[in-house]
Design a protein around this ligand. Structure first.
Ligand code: UT7
Length: 320
């Protein structure tokens, strides 16, 4: 018994902001952004929130899977930008879709968030604690960007992706995940400081800071190694894999991973050109785009992989 993805859905905010739009409000250019990253535009939230996008993505995934809200017994959202400290985004999704039989919780594994949600759902399902789960990655990163820091704000976007997963004979074949907290400060965003009758700190808005080159070096070495491990464990070679659906941070990272695995670049689908980096939401949005374009047939073997803040990373091989 394992865990199979039986439906996907996603939501991107209505407003599209191109690189040229950004170059009108800061010292950047379409040439710099697209040549360094592959990103051409991103969706930014105006009215949408992390929860509202998640609810829409969840409804679309349930429609694709053909499941009712009552059948969902677990909801996990990977996010670092939930709307409230409590209730969790997952609890808001539960209320929004009427999944009254579900237990709901968020997971923060930054850009690895969807993979962490998927693997946690797999652990619940294979241990018998859940049967049908909704796993999501959702972010409103634009609210935690420093719009005066051109080295980070041009990279990220907003959106949500969801998958319905269920106990089945075929599905997840192998998975790996890991963290290196000692390198956490390569990509950080500070939360509230201590503030109580004993200590007083000024309330200050904090934003995301990234040492891009350190994170880049980490990604191009850790991600192919992790993918090779899950392939070995599943007894497969890269040739057996139809697509490698990776976290969408930078097209140069995808090209480097394809080179290291000796796999054609065409096997690495891309959504970062029109979405930018949406942290935990990147992988499920990409997967949903692939699903809706008819790129996946039942029985195909695919690899999913996420990496980023923490530092964290994860990959799995699955039968579609
Ligand atoms: O999702 C989490 C995982 N995150 C990642 O995987 C990100 C990994 N890192 C990267 O993708 C790349 O390191 C970046 C795209 C973030 C940066 O690319 P880079 O080639 O490492 O550029 P850099 O940071 O070394 O900056 C090069 C130059 C600098 O100017 P000087 O010092 O050479 O004069 C920057 O000030 O580019 C300048 N620069 C910009 N110029 C125009 C930085 N940002 C911009 C900008 N527009 N937006």
């Amino acid at each position: 018994m394992t865990t199979r993805i039986i439906g996907t859905g996603s939501y991107l905010p209505e407003t599209i902001v191109t690189n040229d739009d950004l170059s009108k409000i800061m010292d950047t250019s379409d040439e710099w952004i697209s040549s360094r990253t592959g990103i051409r535009e991103r969706h930014l939230a105006k009215e949408e929130t992390t929860s509202s996008m998640s609810i829409e993505a969840a409804k679309r995934a349930m429609a694709d899977a053909g499941v009712t809200p009552e059948e969902i017994d677990l909801i996990i959202v990977g996010t670092l930008t939930n709307d409230y400290m409590t209730p969790s985004c997952a609890c808001e999704v539960q209320a929004g879709i009427g999944a009254e039989n579900a237990f709901a919780m968020d997971i923060n594994a930054a850009c690895t968030g969807f993979m962490a949600a998927l693997h946690t759902a797999h652990a619940y399902i294979t241990s018998g604690l859940a049967k049908t789960a909704l796993v999501l990655g959702a972010e409103t990163l634009s609210k935690i960007m420093d719009w005066n820091d051109r080295s980070t704000c041009v990279l990220f976007g907003d959106g949500a992706g969801a998958a319905v997963v269920r106990a089945d004979e075929a599905g997840l074949m192998s998975y790996r995940q890991g963290s290196d907290g000692a390198k956490g400060m390569c990509l950080y965003g500070q939360n509230r400081l201590n503030n109580n009758p004993l200590v007083s700190n000024p309330t200050k808005l904090e934003y995301i800071h990234m040492d891009g080159q350190e994170v880049y070096k980490f990604a191009v070495s850790k991600v192919p190694a992790c993918i090779q491990e899950v392939l070995d464990e599943a007894g497969l070679t890269p040739d057996d894999i139809k697509y490698f659906a990776l976290h969408q941070a930078n097209i140069r990272i995808l090209q480097s991973v394809s080179k290291r695995l000796k796999v054609d670049e065409d096997k690495f689908p891309i959504s970062l050109d029109h979405c930018g980096n949406i942290s935990a939401a990147s992988v499920p949005i990409l997967l949903d785009e692939m699903n809706r374009k008819g790129m996946l047939n039942r029985g195909d073997k695919i690899v999913l992989a996420g990496f980023g803040g923490g530092l964290t990373w994860a990959a799995s091989v699955l039968t579609w």
